[in-house]
Design a protein around this ligand. Structure first.
Ligand code: LLP
Length: 430
């Protein structure tokens, strides 16, 4: 986080709060979200789009990265819109006070119930496929057309983990572009659906700029087509995907660089194809919140396998951060209470789950540690809490929001009672 520093007791401080004191007060493991870093990223996106795009723009937070009341409220207060992908995320954003006109509902298999909730809440629905389009056409009311956008697969490849690529034609998301005429023609005959724009997203944790430079050319062609069908398409959403730095060697473009490139590419594509500038939207998740959070763990047991490896175990793991086991993601770490000690040993940080693959960090250099030391893993703001589970019936950690020396719990720690809250014991077993 931007506000991290080492204080006079050689301890890590974030948002003016000593991390070891936070753990003492709020327990371990603990997600620590630095409000300043999140606000700065929101402003960088917002201001870059304002300065590099000559038309109107709207930055949308992809809340799947971390959806909870406080995060939705913070990004909304910064003027960002919020993208949701389930009834649960939509409900949370609404509860957080996000205005319906700033809510965008994605998903490749929304249920009828979810679609009804979306229509009732008056958010914009990003339609992904034929079943959804036809269902919406029958649910939407003529008197009050439902605002929608169309998601199309752009056929653009990028280099990232295969699980998080979405732009290639063989993707489960969005309409195949070969069907665009059929879809637009359907829409022109169904005015209860008001198609305000088009959407595409090519993938996540992307460091290259080229795919995002190529995308607008394809999308502006579609815009032109949609206008030919008489549809009021005024919005163009180019998705998210900008990567962040997890490893020392990672060198992603900055938010400002990325924004400049995409804004210029959209402007150029519109000029080339003589299409009026649409309202330009982008939809970042990871690059808005990823670097704003760290996870603090308490170090416990140690196992030395002579000449092979030393394991140190922490009190969390794949249940609070499933990314290493899912995508082989590489994380860094520091020992919060020994910040300036030399890095003297190479260890492997293991989680506490009953699974050999539950390794948070393989072969990392750390200072000598003892049980009770606090290990801090940075860049855990995106797809950590949101993908957390109760595997092994481990309660999910608490999250605190820190700013100017103040810490507020934004998600309370789960209790054992929470774990059995939905369990039922048939009478004959009790
Ligand atoms: N828009 C759409 C339609 C998306 O599907 C996504 C991410 C985003 C925006 C935001 O992408 P971002 O800016 O965060 O890259 N769980 C995986 C990442 C899955 C991304 C899914 N979609 C991970 O932990 O790496």
């Amino acid at each position: 986080p931007l506000t991290a520093k080492v204080n006079s007791s050689d301890c890590l401080e974030i948002g003016g709060c000593d991390v070891t004191s936070l753990v003492a007060q709020f327990g371990s493991p603990l997600y620590i979200l630095d409000e300043e870093t999140l606000l700065t990223a929101c402003r960088q996106y917002r201001d870059s789009f304002k300065s590099y795009y000559p038309g109107e723009s709207q930055v949308v937070y992809a809340s799947k990265a971390w959806n909870c009341l406080a995060v939705c409220a913070i990004v909304h207060s910064e003027g960002l819109a919020v993208e949701v992908v389930s009834g649960g995320e939509l409900y949370t954003a609404l509860q957080a006070g996000v205005a319906p006109e700033k809510l965008y509902f994605h998903g490749n298999n929304k249920s009828v119930q979810e679609l009804e909730l979306a229509i009732a809440s008056k958010c914009t629905i990003i339609v992904d496929n034929w079943l959804e389009l036809e269902t919406l056409a029958s649910l939407a009311a003529k008197e009050l057309p439902t605002p929608i956008m169309l998601r199309l697969t752009p056929g653009i490849e990028c280099h990232t983990h295969e699980y998080i690529r979405t732009g290639h034609l063989d993707s489960k998301f969005g309409f195949d572009p070969h069907q665009i005429d059929r879809v637009l023609s359907f829409l022109s005959k169904n005015p209860q659906l008001k198609c305000i724009g088009l959407h595409a997203h090519i993938g996540s944790q992307i460091f290259e700029l080229q795919p995002h430079q190529d995308l607008p050319g394809v999308m502006v062609e579609w815009l032109k087509k949609a206008a030919d069908y008489g549809l009021p398409v005024t919005h163009l959403n180019i998705g998210g995907g900008l990567g962040i730095r997890y490893r020392e060697a990672d060198d992603p473009p900055s938010i400002t660089e990325w924004s400049k490139v995409v804004c210029e590419a959209v402007t150029a594509a519109c000029e080339a194809q003589q299409v009026p500038l649409p309202k330009l939207m982008c939809e970042p998740g990871r690059s808005l919140i990823g670097s704003a959070c760290v996870t603090a763990y308490t170090i416990g047991s140690r196992k030395e396998v002579p000449e092979i490896r030393t394991y140190i175990s922490v009190d969390g793991g794949m249940s609070d951060n499933p990314r290493p086991i899912t995508y082989q993601s590489v994380y860094r770490a520091v020992v919060a209470n020994r910040m300036s000690l030399p890095l003297q040993e190479t260890v492997t940080v293991a989680g506490k789950h009953c699974e050999s693959g539950d390794i948070l960090i393989k072969d990392i250099s750390l200072p000598p540690t003892q049980p009770g030391d606090i290990l801090v893993v940075p860049s855990t703001g995106a797809y950590n809490y949101s993908m957390a589970s109760n595997y092994n019936r481990v309660p999910r950690p608490a999250a605190v929001l820190v700013k100017d020396g103040e810490a507020n719990v934004i998600i309370r720690r789960e209790t054992y009672q929470d774990l059995v809250r939905c369990d039922r014991l048939p009478e004959r077993l009790s």
